[in-house]
Design a protein around this ligand. Sequence first.
Ligand code: F6R
Length: 613
Amino acid sequence: MCGIVGYVGQADSVPIILEGLKRLEYRGYDSAGVAVHNEGGLSVRKSVGRLTALEEELSERPLRGQPGIGHTRWATHGEPSGVNSHPHTDTSGGIAVVHNGIIENYQELSDALEADGHIFHSETDTEVIPHLIEHELKNGDGAFLDALLTALKKATGAYALGILSSDEPDKLYAARLGSPLIVGLGEEGYFIASDVPAIINRARRVIYLEDGEIAVLSSNGVEVFKLDGTPVTPEIKDVDLKPESAERAGFETFMLKEIHEQPRVLRALLEKNLDDSGHIAMPEISLDPNQIKKLRRVMIVSCGTAYHAAMYGRLLLENMTGLAVETDLGSEFRYRYPKIDRDTLFIAVSQSGETADTLASMRLARKKGCRILSICNVPGSTLVRESDSVIFTDCGPEIGVASTKAYTAQLLAFALLSIYLGRVRGELSEINEAEFIRALRRIPDAIHYVLERSDLVQKIADKHHDGPSALYIGRRYNYPTALEGALKNKEISYQHAEGYAAGEMKHGPIALINEYLPVVCICTKTEDEVYEKMMSNIREVEARHGRIIAVATDGDKTADKIAEDIIYVPDTREDLSPIVNVVALQLLAYYAAQSRGTDIDKPRNLAKSVTVE
Ligand code: F6R
């Protein structure tokens, strides 16, 4: 949600900021803006809409200078408009601010400032920050850092901020509370950014700012302070991402590239978590085996796609560890009165590690005494830093807004975790472990097989893309697959889509079925115990003339007879089949979106990292 970037050094900051914003645009694309220092003081340019609009504006009215800050917006307070775009300035125009997060008490603060003569122009919460700093500058000792510290102590909510002051033309200020922010140390200067890929080709060493920290960047270096003004010696970390991991590598979109990366990502994740003799190792898990044996419950919390991974994880963990497992959405869990304690393992699942509701849930679980294990893709993220133990999904940057490779990696992480906990708790035999791992090793090739059938999936998507709605159904392990397929479809193609447990159809959604409704039926694995049940559900659709698109196991003649269209996938054991089946649904959604002409990597109204509640 909103991306911020900033630069201080010898080079002109505008091209550097635009390059960073391009890599952050997945965080929001309602508007974009930059502010720089130059001979005339602070100069600001902003444009509504995509970053290209700002680039056009800058080619008509060029801007040079440094330091500089930039912003790409996902609107929270105030519609996407010129006046609501960042950077925001104070009354004098001498302070410019970019912000990611929400200032919760902005109304109360701006009422007081307005009464004091400050003039506000936007409907945003952010605008209060430059005015508040201006106010503290006037009423304090005149030192900018002191005014900033006092102002921030008054603001509640969440923020990652980049700030310029015309009184300090050699400095860039940054502050973090609850929203991600890094400082990059590069050859040509110092940077701030919402995430590492934004500056990956310019800085290979970074500081992950902690909540309540302020950084002051100048050409001479970086100083970090706590909100009370105490200096901090920050930890500097090397970045091991390759610059090309943030490029499209010849694919027409990031999403397509990320779909195709899945075999490689999953193979690497699997090998990392096995030992030399092929047994489960999970070297990253730092939970004490005695604690694992004492566990009574597992609570898994996450949002969106990661929640679908959690639903899958619940089934596997229940089956393989003998533990009672529950799942919830972050936005619901954080307002519950959960019965969890120190014998509960709390698992947070998040690609970004910055989702506000997941983080709040994790903190609630921490207060209740739970051990925290997270499944996360972003090293250095807030979730990673606050967890007792982490399973990294190691997908590299996921830039397409719709999650694909992170999802299958989360499913694989759950499969590995289930074996690990099952073994430690004595619920899983060595034979079963070996069999499961053999099946896991076949997954990357099975996904490859599905990817090779992209042309067929594209034809099916073209044929069905134009209806107003689609239904996705599956059972047991593939019920979350149905939900995920529907989510992918609606978020990138804007076709309304619903995922349903197939057995629930007769309790309502069957009323929707007619000869126009595409019904995507996930019915793989002919000998599993829910296959026959699934087939009965598909016949219920057939009897009402629904348009059946089946995802079925290679060679399944029964499914072929009933389905109007069929996507075959390799034979995979039922409990691992979601990792393969969902790839067919990712492609189906992808090509439906392509036929409908949407912006696949940046679907409307969405942002990749949901750092607000
Ligand atoms: C959908 C999607 C979102 C995210 C959700 C959680 O394709 O990407 O539903 O899964 O916003 O994000 P993370 O995993 O970063 O916590």
